[in-house]
Design a protein around this ligand. Structure first.
Ligand code: HEM
Length: 298
């Protein structure tokens, strides 16, 4: 059948490499098709100004690459987020170690939440504007999970005293949202992944968001399921904060912030509501919002 001009279908891989795609939300359907057919696929990233890379889409392969720095080298100095600002604390995530419980997260969480009143406010551009980007995107993603699913929101609110459930919900928010969508590596030694021979010097992009939505690991990955990571539920760890040698050094801090905000939201009388259409970031790397209008309903 003749094809009219302008109707050429965009291939799933082309769409993945195009920042405009993400303005409409992560293309999970395309990721799923690719993961099933070509779990390691070449991405021509010229449209985003990149040199191209092998996209790795399956949970097992992504985790394998993260766990083997002798095969897949991280590019030095490329932590996928900006320098933490004052509200995120000093870059001492790991050093706080077992003492993280001593960091009082209530004031920043409480102060953020107090900025959301009955009048529409923009969580991304006003309420959390001074937080470092990745933390802002993480918190916004967590709130968005609640906004999108009033039933689970109400259930969590009713069960907010259940610490294990709230911890699990935080972990599920990280999985469901995965604010850093992919991280880069360079192949150090020839190896085979997903049936594809990878050559030394080639670049790979490890799609954390595809791994965290791999339905062979996380059933019904598109659903926000607060119970998914309950102790004893047997869920595999989500990869939103990386894994292995280069796993996020601020992971504890990130979880503490998210938990503090979620707890504050669940404990405050009334509820969070949408106050307009969100505008997503136009990025192939980060998932977040340019605007997330919200308000508080007493
Ligand atoms: C708020 C949510 C955050 C998310 C989703 C996040 C995500 C990530 C991810 C996915 C990586 C792995 C990068 C890779 O494998 O190449 C990473 C690395 C890193 N993160 Fe975070 N991060 C967050 C917060 C923070 C905070 C608050 C800090 C500092 C206090 C921090 C410090 C670091 C550092 C230093 C690395 C590099 C580790 C290395 O290369 O050895 N992160 N982060």
């Amino acid at each position: 059948m003749p094809r009219r001009r302008g109707t050429h279908p965009v291939s799933d891989a082309d769409a993945l490499a195009c920042p405009d795609t993400y303005a409409r939300g992560v293309p999970y359907d395309r990721l799923e098709r690719l993961r099933a057919r070509t779990p390691v696929v070449w991405l021509d990233e010229r449209i985003a100004g990149g040199p191209g890379s092998w996209a790795v889409l399956r949970y097992a392969d992504v985790r394998h690459a993260l766990a083997h720095p002798e095969l897949f080298a991280a590019e030095s100095g490329t932590a996928p987020h900006g320098t933490p600002g004052p509200t995120a604390g000093p870059p001492a995530g790991p050093a706080t170690g077992p003492a993280t419980g001593m960091i009082d997260m209530e004031p920043p969480a409480g102060a953020l939440l107090a900025r959301i009143t009955a009048d529409p406010a923009d969580f991304a551009a006003e309420v959390a504007a001074e937080l470092p980007g990745t933390l802002r995107n993480t918190l916004a993603g967590g709130l968005y999970a609640l906004l999108r699913d009033p039933e689970q929101y109400a259930r969590l609110r009713a069960s907010r005293a259940d610490d294990d459930l709230v911890d699990s919900a935080v972990e599920e928010m990280l999985r469901w949202w995965t604010p850093v969508m992919c991280v880069r590596r360079t192949v150090l030694r020839p190896t085979i992944m997903g049936g594809v021979p990878l050559l030394a010097g080639e670049r790979v992009s490890l799609w954390l968001t595809a791994a965290d939505h791999d339905d062979t690991v996380f059933p019904e990955p598109e659903r926000f399921v607060p119970d998914r990571f309950r102790v004893g539920a047997g869920a595999r760890p989500q990869l939103a904060l990386g894994y292995g040698t280069h796993a996020c050094l601020g992971a504890m801090l990130a979880r503490l912030h998210l938990r503090a905000l979620v707890t504050a939201v669940l404990e405050r009388p009334g509820r969070l509501a949408s106050a307009g259409d969100p505008v997503r970031l136009r990025s192939t790397v980060r998932q977040g919002f340019e605007r997330l209008p919200v308000r508080w309903i007493a």
